[in-house]
Design a binder for this molecule. Structure first.
Ligand SMILES: Cc1ncc(COP(=O)(O)O)c(C=O)c1O
Length: 353
């Protein structure tokens, strides 16, 4: 009884063996500070647990709007931004509708498009994994795309859209444009300033990466209020629980402290990216995110991942299964100490390969 389009897809799963240095899921290397965890727990303890949480607490929406520079009635909160990817696609896509996306990108878009009966149209990134903006526009027009997905900085390549690209895509196509900015805290332009001028734009953000709350699942969508109201119909009620709502408030209360950690991750990334080309047999791609994509020419990617894990306790992501990413691996930016260990291990493994 399962739709053929669904059976044809691989499930979204991840084998994550335990490792001393976990650099495979683009999480923050810094745990949420202990005193902030206590604050969250106190907030939650003071609330009645037998009651459902509020759908969309007005004061939280107002604070998110102020933080991101948008209007409160254009903000939707979700159980991770993944939930908002799903609800946005579900209220827009009908059978056979085309979704144009740069490729490779975050695999959930392809999977959910198939589940919803849409048709996924990948547009390859250019040489060096830069966005092919003209190619995206051309494909969207040719296919009469219903949706264009722009993930910038892009997972797993780290590439960011050039300044002005989203505006050009909005003005030269008729699709709903989803800008997934899960990694924008770490670099690249944001599409948020364009929201005031377009009702065909949805910007997704998450507290899972820079804000260090992946375990509590909090994401948001920013859109024209009339569009946000429609996307809300595709969301399950009560999916953002009391604990998550409390954690989101606490994260906003301490935004400057968390932003300092983001700056530290960016500084570590810059140091690593400057030193990686010194390792023999590696191509390093430009990144604006909290991860870096590298290609290994001396050792197959799978073997490199195995050696890093078995011999050095370093878990990175093997992304080499598709042709454009042949022999590529993605390394999340950890602490400065994690990254020194990564550089040492890579030099030892590849220096002898
Ligand atoms: C591009 C992109 N969007 C969304 C997500 C999911 O984020 P969340 O934890 O908010 O569901 C990820 C997670 O890896 C991602 O890479």
């Amino acid at each position: 009884m399962i739709k053929a389009s669904v059976r044809a897809q691989a499930a979204y799963t991840l084998a994550a063996p335990p490792a001393r240095r976990k650099l495979n899921q683009n999480e923050s290397p810094f745990d949420f500070p202990a005193e902030l965890k206590r604050e969250v727990l106190e907030r939650v303890a003071a609330q009645p647990w037998q009651r459902y949480p509020e759908f969309a607490p007005p004061e939280l929406l107002a604070r998110l709007a102020a933080h991101y520079g948008w209007v409160a009635d254009g903000v939707l909160v979700g159980n991770g931004s993944n939930e908002l990817i799903q609800s946005t696609l579900s209220v827009v896509l009908g059978a056979g509708d085309r979704v144009v996306a740069a490729s490779p990108t975050f695999s959930l878009y392809r999977l959910l498009t198939a589940v919803l009966g849409g048709r996924y149209v990948p547009v390859p990134l250019d040489e060096g994994f830069a966005f092919d903006v003209d190619g995206l526009i051309e494909a969207a027009r040719r296919e009469s795309a219903r949706v264009i997905v722009l993930n910038s900085p892009n997972n797993p390549t780290g590439s960011a859209l050039p300044e002005g690209a989203v505006n050009r895509i909005l003005s030269q196509t008729e699709a709903l444009v989803i800008c997934d900015e899960a990694y924008q805290d770490f670099g690249g332009p944001s599409a948020i300033p364009l929201l005031a001028g377009s009702s065909r734009l949805v910007v997704l953000r998450t507290f899972s990466k820079a804000l260090g709350l992946a375990g509590l699942r909090f994401g948001l969508a920013l859109a024209h209020p009339a569009v946000a109201r429609e996307i809300a119909k595709g969301k399950l009620p009560y999916n953002v629980n009391l604990m998550t709502l409390a954690a989101a408030r606490t994260a906003l209360d301490h935004a400057p402290l968390l932003a300092a950690r983001t700056r530290e991750i960016v500084a570590t990334r810059e140091r690593v990216v400057a030193r990686l080309p010194g390792v023999p047999g590696l191509t390093v791609y430009p990144t604006a995110a909290n991860f870096v994509l590298i290609k290994s020419s001396r050792l197959p990617a799978k073997e490199l991942c195995r050696r890093l894990l078995d011999d050095y306790g370093i878990l990175i992501r093997d992304v080499s299964d598709s042709a454009p990413l042949a022999e590529c691996v993605r390394i999340s930016i950890g602490t400065a100490e994690d990254m020194d260990a990564v550089l040492d291990a890579l030099r030892q493994i590849l220096g002898k390969a």
